[in-house]
Design a protein around this ligand. Sequence first.
Ligand SMILES: NC(=O)c1ccc[n+]([C@@H]2O[C@H](COP(=O)([O-])OP(=O)(O)OC[C@H]3O[C@@H](n4cnc5c(N)ncnc54)[C@H](O)[C@@H]3O)[C@@H](O)[C@H]2O)c1
Length: 412
Amino acid sequence: MTGLSAATSTTTSGARKLKLGIAGLGRGFTVMLPTLALHKRLEVVAAVDTRPAAGVRFEADFGGTAYDSVEAMCAEADIDAVYVATPHQFHAEHTEIAARAGKHILVEKPMALTIEDCTRMIDAAAAAGVHLLVGHSHSYDAPILEARRLIETGDYGPPRLIAAMNYTDFIYRPRRPEELDTAQGGGVVFSQAAHQIDIARLLGGGMVETVYATTGNYDPDRPTEGVYSALLKFADGTVANLTYSGYGHFDSDEFTGWRGESGAMKDPANYGAARRALSEIGDMDAEAALKADRAYGGPAGASAPTTSPEDRLHEHFGLFVVSCARGDIRPGPDGVRVYADEGIESFPLAPPAVPRSEVIDELCAAVCDDVAPLHSGAWGRATLEVCRAVLQSANDGREVRLTQQVPVKDIG
Ligand SMILES: NC(=O)c1ccc[n+]([C@@H]2O[C@H](COP(=O)([O-])OP(=O)(O)OC[C@H]3O[C@@H](n4cnc5c(N)ncnc54)[C@H](O)[C@@H]3O)[C@@H](O)[C@H]2O)c1
């Protein structure tokens, strides 16, 4: 693999810093903003977005250079890696451009929309000798990694059953038109199952054999999947039962004492706020305007923080319980609890100094220290295969057998 250049700067402890360019300054980038602004091993020096206002805000926040195409950024900027956070349908193209320019790549979930595109991306990275990581996904969350470590100790016996449940308002957040069209990557399976399945695969060892699923599309004004329920059978007999609803009624953050997905407290009095806000604005054009207003560089958009957000615990993606032969393992925003034969054991985790630092830690370990990543291209392709199998099973009414699965790299 291609290491970092000699000109690379270092942290105060002497660790090499990674120079990052960003493709796509939208919502995905915005939720990574605290990480990108505060992580000590990172210098964010370049970015590209088709919205000029985003580039202007980027230059003000990071002091870097905004480009007008991914090609130009990769050709001209002094960067080691590119974070591809453009919409799903551009992931393959932008990854290939970065790989051809010799840049390492962190590509947002879902890795792409088809297995063929994932394979092209993996091949492009291999041909260029660069690392390809897929993320952020919530399987990077420290409590999930801690739960996996506890499974790997073998102290509670092998995992047998994984139950997961997440109820959100995903469907009623402001959307681009293609986010409401499954054929173009819309709906909760591509965007949200990509998290839940990634976690279930990590906890269950990775090797899903078959998928049986149903999906639901309950709102004709938002004509894509808003719910799914999926049964994943792993090669070793482990079963994962995953349920997701994005229709903004019950909110499963109630199970975490109203800690939201970001690890911050949320106010249960805001019940139905996303659906209400949307019903007040009429059509797709108004929805696009609302999204642009709140986007990075827009009048109501976020800017890069200078300090870590206060009162944040770890991020999460709803309820997960892993039943092993001798105990149930439950990750949560403050750590992991194990309901074992002799009593309840706690494995608390200190609040994160930098949110989502695990993603950049894994990227830096790969690029700067040549440590093979857990969330590799092959791993991301396997998760996408399960997402696609959920849609196929729901459509065909039968179990789908998988062929692209890879095991979890040992994280003990
Ligand atoms: N991991 C997470 O928590 C998380 C959260 C949100 C989004 N995402 C992922 O981020 C990706 C983007 O989704 P989003 O919600 O940010 O969408 P978005 O519409 O909010 O942002 C996309 C951005 O990309 C820009 N863009 C579009 N085409 C471009 C091009 N050809 N070149 C450069 N810039 C271009 C747009 O102007 C926009 O600013 C998706 O793959 C999504 O799954 C991940």
